[in-house]
Design a protein. Structure first.
Length: 202
């Protein structure tokens, strides 16, 4: 497959070359997770296999599938050397569980970052921030954005540095949602940390 066949775009706020990620493609990638009841077909492309590895790192497939609303959309960053996915972002309308947390705080949002992942070897190169910026660029000006992440200091610093404002914690979120403890490396996630950002109208 030629790179030009993928429908390339370049983010205005970074030099990342990106291709669209559809709900159908991401759902197919989740089949490659070890805990998935299904699996990738034997003739799966290298592109889909690489995306599957990222998807499995980003979330457990059972939970990730609950995020795949029809209006969800995404972008994939393709590594220039390998020509394979090295990072992705998925966003869409705010989920019911996030709205349920926002409302009592007097908060509301238009879009939610559902999942984002960067290959470990390519982190700390501005790729994650570039994906966030590209997602925001693709939607209406003045939109309110929200995301939830594990309460890991390094992750929280990343979002603050990317101009996302912390708006609160939801203790016990991961045990309630997944039914078991969730770890980021050796750190047990004890709460979901919510961040918001409102884009400029101009």
């Amino acid at each position: 497959m030629q790179l030009g066949d993928l429908g390339w775009m370049v983010s205005k706020t970074s030099d990342l070359a990106l291709v669209p990620l559809t709900v159908e493609e991401f759902r197919a990638a989740l089949n490659g997770c070890p805990s998935s009841p299904t699996s990738l077909p034997n003739n799966a492309s290298a592109h889909l296999s690489a995306l599957a590895r990222l998807a499995c790192e980003a979330d457990e497939p059972e939970h990730a599938r609950t995020l795949l609303a029809p209006k969800a959309r995404g972008l994939v960053h393709i590594d220039e050397r390998s020509g394979l996915p090295a990072a992705f972002i998925l966003w869409g309308p705010v989920t019911e569980e996030t709205r349920a947390w926002l409302a009592p705080q007097g908060l509301a949002a238009d879009f939610e970052v559902l999942l984002i992942a960067v290959e470990a070897a390519r982190r700390r190169r501005g790729i994650g921030r570039g994906l966030l910026d590209a997602a925001i660029e693709s939607e209406a000006k003045g939109a309110r954005w929200v995301l939830g992440t594990g309460n890991v200091p390094a992750t929280e610093r990343f979002y603050r540095a990317s101009a996302w404002e912390p708006v609160g914690l939801e203790p016990g979120y991961f045990e309630r949602t997944y039914g078991h403890a969730i770890f980021d490396g050796e750190s047990r996630l004890t709460a979901c940390a919510y961040f918001m950002k409102t884009t400029k109208h101009t």
